[in-house]
Design a protein around this ligand. Structure first.
Ligand code: GDP
Length: 293
């Protein structure tokens, strides 16, 4: 599992050969390499620095266990700390029924697709899901959700005339109740960048429908700006979870570490493809290995 990192840290780890106790000095080179591995995985530079500092604090003074190469011990500390950080919090959704979930995020992050994916997954878990199109600016987004809802046999609500998003939210809740749905997922509008007007609109929708979960949908390839995106959404909407999308691509997923560190919000699901079945609960160990690459 640690082979690629071991390779990357090559010389730095060889320098640790024979040491009996880990110290700031003998680990410096290895930790520098770890920091650069994190940066090349798109982890925000401040987050990478903090992470390395934490590992250093933990490791300094540790006796090297007999029979283990000191370098491997350092790598294990790094990996375990990353798994711990990424895995903090629960991947489970709130247990309440009806479960109300608000999907938020930038345009193109995969919100609409993830709304349908989550509906499908919850249906498999015995829920009767209902998905709601709240992107009143893009008729194509409403059509996209309608097609996916039909395909997955999920309840669906949209209003193609009104621009009053909170009112659409209330009407959707009434429709869902009439349809005896016990899980309502709201797909909201996004922009390419943080847009205050839009965030205000989602805030009003949030206040109206009182969701149990507010999930930020974020592209796994989001780079340094992941921190600002996550902060803006979290400050305005009190996120309860993160959905990391497009992890079938080349992205190493450093955005997840940035977002997790900045918001403290647990990562709940991962999107692994364009199909509605390409969606799974989050596994911290897999992502840690990928980030350390
Ligand atoms: P939205 O604007 O946030 O609603 O984003 P969409 O749901 O429309 O997704 C934008 C594009 O990303 C679409 O072409 C989706 O098929 C694609 N997409 C979404 N999630 C994933 C994923 O996990 N993997 C891949 N490869 N593509 C995805």
């Amino acid at each position: 599992m640690f082979e690629s990192l071991t390779e990357k840290l090559g010389q730095a780890l060889r320098n640790l050969r024979g040491v009996g106790t880990l110290s700031e000095e003998n680990m410096a080179e290895a930790l520098k390499e770890v920091r650069s591995a994190l940066l090349s995985a798109d982890v925000h530079f401040k987050v990478a620095r903090e992470f390395v500092e934490r590992v250093q604090q933990q490791a300094v003074g540790q006796q090297v266990t007999k029979g283990i190469a000191p370098g491997q011990q350092v790598i294990k500390i790094i990996h375990d700390e990353l798994v711990r950080l990424l895995g903090e919090g629960t991947t489970a959704l709130s247990g309440e029924r009806p479960l109300k979930v608000l999907m938020v995020g930038l345009h193109g992050s995969g919100k609409t697709t993830s709304t349908a994916k989550l509906g499908k997954l919850l249906k498999k878990r015995g829920y009767r899901p209902f998905v709601v199109a709240c992107d009143v600016y893009r008729p194509a987004a409403i059509d996209q959700l309608e097609i996916l809802a039909k395909q997955e046999e999920l309840g669906f609500y949209a209003d193609r005339v009104s621009k009053d998003v909170p009112a659409i939210g209330s009407a959707a809740l009434a429709e869902a109740q009439a349809a005896t749905a016990d899980c309502i997922i709201f797909d909201t509008a996004g922009r390419l960048q943080i847009d205050q007007d839009l965030i205000e609109e989602v805030k009003r929708l949030r206040a109206r429908v009182q969701p149990d979960e507010v999930l930020l949908v974020a592209d796994g390839a989001l780079g340094q700006e992941a921190v600002n995106v996550a902060k803006a959404f979290h400050d305005a909407l009190q996120l309860t979870g993160l959905v990391l999308t497009k992890m079938d691509g080349d992205a190493r997923g450093g955005a997840a570490l940035s977002i997790k560190t900045i918001t403290g919000v647990p990562i709940k699901f991962v999107g692994t493809g364009e199909k509605t079945a390409d969606f799974e609960p989050f596994h911290p160990d897999r992502l840690a290995s990928r980030i350390l690459g």
